[in-house]
Design a protein around this ligand. Sequence first.
Ligand code: UTP
Length: 404
Amino acid sequence: MLQKAIARLSACNQTHLIDHLNALAPEAQAALAEQIAELDFSVLEAENAGGTRGCFAPLYATTLAEIAQNRERFTAAGLEAIRAGKVGAVMLAGGQGTRLGFDKPKGTFNVGLTHELYIFECLIRNLLDVAQAAGVPVPLFIMTSIDNYGDTRAFFEAHDYFGYDRNFVWFYQQEQLPATDTEGRLLLAAPDRIATAPNGNGGWYASMEKAGMRSVLREKGIEWLNVFAMDNVLQRIADPCFVGAVIESGMTSGAKVVAKAAPEEKVGVLCLEDGRPSIVEYYEMTEEMRTRREPDGKLSYNYGVILNYLFRVDKLDETLQVPLPLHRAFKKLNYMDKTGAVISPEKPNAYKYETLALDMVKLQSDCLAYEVDRFREFAPIKNKSGVDSVDTARELLRRNGVLL
Ligand code: UTP
């Protein structure tokens, strides 16, 4: 085992760990060697995604006005599908929330001021509205990281699932990938452990399959999955109108989008890439793309994604084996330095490697861009202060009549 681990480290240009490995006591040495044998080191060779992109074109969106005109019909169709048990929801809760700098699962953060109101609670309340309208609970799958699994489950238990039917909630874990420093070297988290981080939100369906959740989907007859980020406290989950609109469109996926506040807003925009639905990141857009307008005056690349997608399960199955591109994100990561001290850095210090849920859109043949009002449905909590922070989310919750 030790020799194999040394050979693997050499093959991957990670020789800086060999002396450390050799110097360890037998038990710690065995633990580290075992981890080295098991970890997916493909990230060490991976090119950062996004290098070569295809030909972009604008994608038409179903606008707020069009949705308002058809609201009743879409909602009825969505409720019918939900009642028939065909719609499930997947909460992406495996992130580390490093920007917020909260050391527990982000969903357990209290946004309340005069009373307790947790991020998870906001989401469950929104889902309860749908369950009530449909007369049945929506099956909810919660993806956590390995690290926050126990705390997340315990939190739901301690709060009695915020009134949701616990028989309709499943937790599962995503995988980890090694992280590296700026030189591409693996970091240690402890003497006997290489530092790893959750592998991004793009692996949510593959992890569902590994965790045996597809049998639940089959048993329950779930045909659609609404996957969403847990850090948007106004996220409307399994929104019947959205579900109905996507089903009626005949498309195999849908994405909730918001009109950009300004051409330079830093959001990924839903568009076409080589004729397929795709998301172009703000930093990938040329000046021409950013400012181009349609005859009606709207930006051509106008609709930003909010990490709320609806996918058809049979189509997800078809794409299970297709590898997603790996993205490198520069973030804060605790690590052990040469003296053996564990450092919690103040600033980003390491690259984490992630696949992204937005890359799954490109694997679909089509995607309904469904516009929502950002002031009603988009209040992400990413940062401690400033843009997309606890303060901005509180303000938006207030505007929507939520008592803080
Ligand atoms: P973010 O991209 O904001 O990442 O996640 P993050 O890790 O939560 O936060 P920072 O960047 O460190 O501050 C968007 C959504 O995807 C989930 C998050 O929980 C959030 O709902 N996510 C992210 C996962 O489920 N797994 C991951 O590996 C990463």
